[in-house]
Design a protein around this ligand. Structure first.
Ligand code: NAD
Length: 427
């Protein structure tokens, strides 16, 4: 799965995702008392491209897939956002995801706007050759509106480094020279960035540590529970335990959870998961359910799997002091209110999981300058960016007496509107 943008995932939500994104935007716009001219500019994407993608499938037939590229806003810099392959991709979903990218890049203050791509297809039912042909033809068809200074895609659901490499190569063939900065999430050998794989988990931990400081909680020895042990969850577990001395007392995956009050070794848990396919059954742990994990009495809870897991049904039973959303959309709006009333600090997804897109930005910088950064350089710059963003959001939340999610949205919308105002209207 990708760095970027599985943004407030609403695949399972009953609401239209674009309507959800609009509601969130309007709430922030109300707080900022935004004028109609800015509301309208930000409610409608700047550009929408829908393409028919003919692909010769392995049995010789031609199948035509539908793809989109939505460019929501580029007031702060080139459009940026992942490419999703999924059977349920819809234009409204892509429009919502593009808007969320505008806010995410603004929260961490990187010089990008927001975009998203999606192809309606079922990659699980396609051969690698078919997926390559699909990717290359889609890349060609949207190449007219992409470019290192125009629109820079990245991986998302069911796309990863190899798709990015096909995309990079196809775009380079079209423009007639090698252009690594047109896409991020590439392997290091073709101008990917060191530190890219761990970036989301590392960013999550940086914000967790900052939140703990605000509450006077010492992270050394603090108890942590993590739902989901994939890319985001397992890196977060390793980094918070190894570099900050926290005690991971529970982790889970889709098959269930494990618990040990004395602490679990995150490396050994990962080895066990790689060997057996699940964290369940790890030596010296007892089994717990995913629901129990969420309700444990811990200092820090990191949802790193699914959307909508903390809801109005279980919010009253949540005992964590801090919730750091590595996953997109794990907390429902009703639960948010309850948690805020209970004094639980929730570090929202558009801040807590923005480490991925931040290191994507570093990859882009390395691509356009043709310079390689070291892992240490990437890590220290990521830390600086995440801490600055955390402080900005926390400050607004205290000043306006709103939760950190609303504060993050207010910060993001304000930054985008300020850029629109500063640039003015042409002609
Ligand atoms: P992943 O596929 O690598 O891992 C997902 C984990 O969740 C797996 O361990 C899986 O077993 C577990 N899971 C699935 N269903 C579950 C269930 N019902 N109960 C408990 N666990 C379950 O995915 P990832 O990249 O780590 O992404 C996880 C979340 O983080 C997603 O919401 C994603 O949108 C978000 N995110 C990830 C990145 C990134 O760079 N990886 C960036 C931004 C946001």
């Amino acid at each position: 799965m990708s760095d970027q943008t599985r943004c407030p995932s609403v695949l399972s939500s009953k609401l239209n995702p674009y309507e959800v994104a609009l509601q969130q935007f309007r709430a922030a716009a109300d707080i900022l008392e935004l004028g109609e001219e800015y509301r309208k500019q930000l409610e409608i994407p700047m550009r929408v491209m829908t393409v028919a993608i003919p692909v010769r499938v392995d049995d010789g037939r031609i199948e035509v897939f539908v793809g989109h590229r939505v460019q929501h806003n580029d007031a702060r810099g080139p459009f940026k956002g992942g490419i999703r392959y999924h059977p349920q991709v819809t234009l409204d979903e892509v429009k919502a995801l593009a808007m969320w990218m505008t806010w995410k890049t603004a929260v961490v203050d990187i010089p990008f706007g927001g975009a998203k791509g999606g192809v309606q297809c079922d990659p699980k039912k396609m051969s690698d050759n078919e997926i390559e042909r699909l990717t290359r033809r889609y890349a060609y068809m949207v190449s007219k509106i992409l470019g290192p200074y125009t629109d820079v895609p990245a991986p998302d659901v069911y796309t990863e480094a190899k798709h990015m490499t096909w995309f990079y190569d196809t775009y380079s063939q079209v423009v007639g020279h090698s252009e690594p900065a047109v896409i991020t999430g590439k392997p290091v050998i073709v101008w990917g960035s060191p530190g890219r794989n761990e970036a989301t988990g590392r960013g999550t931990v940086i914000t967790a540590v900052e939140a703990a400081k605000k509450l006077g909680i010492d992270v050394r020895g603090a108890t942590v529970a993590i739902q989901g042990y994939g890319n985001a969850g397992s890196h977060a577990a390793r980094i918070i335990a190894e570099e900050h001395g926290a005690k991971i007392i529970a982790v889970s995956d889709s098959k269930g959870g494990i618990y040990n009050s004395d602490g679990l070794n995150p490396f050994k848990v990962l080895e066990h998961k790689k060997r057996t396919g699940s964290v369940v059954g790890f030596d010296g742990s007892r089994s717990i359910s995913n629901d129990e994990l969420l309700e444990l009495d811990v200092d820090i809870l990191i949802p790193a799997a699914l959307e909508e897991v903390i809801t109005r049904e279980n919010a009253d039973r949540i005992r964590a002091k801090i919730i750091v959303e590595a996953a997109n959309g794990p907390t429902t709006p009703e639960a948010d209110e309850k948690l805020y009333e209970k004094g639980i600090v929730v570090v929202p997804d558009i801040l807590a999981n923005a480490g991925g897109v931040t290191v994507s930005y570093f990859e882009w910088v390395q691509g356009v300058t043709r310079m390689r950064w070291t892992l240490d350089e990437v890590r220290s710059r990521l830390k600086e960016k995440m801490i600055d963003a955390f402080e900005d959001v926390y400050g607004i939340s205290k000043e306006k007496k709103i939760n950190m999610r609303k504060a993050a949205m207010v910060l993001a919308v304000q930054r985008v509107v300020d850029a629109i105002k500063a640039r003015g209207i042409w002609p």
